[in-house]
Design a protein around this ligand. Structure first.
Ligand SMILES: [Zn+2]
Length: 233
C-alpha cells in the first residue's frame, strides 16, 4: 500500500506511470531503532525505500568490534549494491539507527524488477555510484580526521537526512559510528558540548547551533553534503 506522498527521493524520481505501478506493490512498515535490516553474508529478505529515519551499514571484525561505514536515509534504496547482480551478500550488516518508516518489497522481487525496468535500473545504478563516492570519502575521513570532527560531521549529516536536530544513541553505538573507543567518544562529545554546539545527556544528543557545528566538522561534511544534494544528478 503506497502512501499519498512517497517521501523517498529514488521513488519520487521514477517516471509515471511506472512510479505508481511499483508503489502499489510496496508495503509500508515502521521499524524501531536496533532492527537489523540484513546481516553480513546473508541475502537480504527485503529491500527498503526509507521514507523517514536512518539506517547504518556496519562492518564487524573477528574480535567483536564494529564500525559504521555509511548511513542511509530517504535518498535511495537499502540495500543497493546487493541488487547489482552476482552474489547478493557481503561483509556489511545494516541496522536501523533512528526509528524508520519505509516501503519494502521482497528482495528477489526487486531484483527481477530491476531486470525489467530501465528507469529503475538507472536510478539504482546512480544510487550505488553516489554511495561509493561517499564511501571513499568516509574511508579517507576515518583515517585522517579526529573523532571530534567526525562526530560533528556525522551529526550534521544525520540532521540533513532526517530533518531533526536531536538523536538518541547509546554510547556504544556512537563508538561504533566513529570506530573509536568509548572514552574517545566521550571526550569528543565533551568538547562539542563545552563549545555549546550540542547538548549530550544519557545518549540523547541535541544540536544547539548547527551553523557553528559546521565549523567543528571536517571538510568531508561539505563534500558529502554536495553528493547527497545532487544525488541523482
Ligand atoms: Zn573527514
Amino acid at each position: 500500500m503506497a502512501p499519498n506522498r512517497i517521501e523517498n527521493l529514488l521513488l519520487e524520481t521514477l517516471p509515471q506511470p511506472y512510479r505508481s505501478s511499483i508503489c502499489s506493490r510496496l508495503e509500508e512498515v515502521v521499524l524501531p531503532a536496533g532492527t537489523v535490516l540484513f546481516e553480513a553474508e546473508e541475502v537480504p529478505r527485503y529491500a527498503w525505500f526509507i521514507t523517514s529515519g536512518l539506517a547504518s551499514k556496519m562492518v564487524s571484525m573477528a574480535d567483536g568490534r564494529s564500525a559504521e561505514i555509511s548511513m542511509c536515509g530517504s535518498e535511495g534504496v537499502v540495500p543497493s549494491w546487493h541488487l547489482l547482480g552476482g552474489m547478493p551478500q557481503g561483509p556489511t550488516r545494516c541496522i536501523v539507527q533512528m526509528e524508520m518508516k519505509a516501503l519494502r518489497i521482497p528482495f528477489p522481487e526487486l531484483q527481477r524488477e530491476l531486470q525489467r525496468s530501465e528507469p529503475l535500473r538507472q536510478l539504482v545504478l546512480r544510487c550505488v555510484q553516489r554511495r561509493c563516492m561517499i564511501l571513499s570519502q568516509n574511508a579517507a575521513c576515518n583515517r585522517l580526521h579526529d573523532a571530534e570532527q567526525r562526530l560533528a560531521r556525522w551529526l550534521l549529516t544525520a540532521r540533513d537526512l532526517t530533518g531533526t536536530n536531536s538523536v538518541s544513541l547509546s554510547q556504544g553505538f556512537l563508538a561504533d559510528i566513529l570506530g573509536s573507543r568509548r572514552t574517545t567518544v566521550t571526550l569528543a562529545a565533551g568538547v562539542l558540548r563545552r563549545k555549546k554546539l550540542i547538548s549530550y545527556r544519557r545518549g540523547h544528543i541535541q544540536i544547539l547551533d548547527h551553523e557553528k557545528l559546521k565549523g567543528a566538522a571536517c571538510e568531508c561534511y561539505e563534500t558529502v553534503q554536495g553528493l547527497f544534494r545532487n544525488f541523482y544528478g
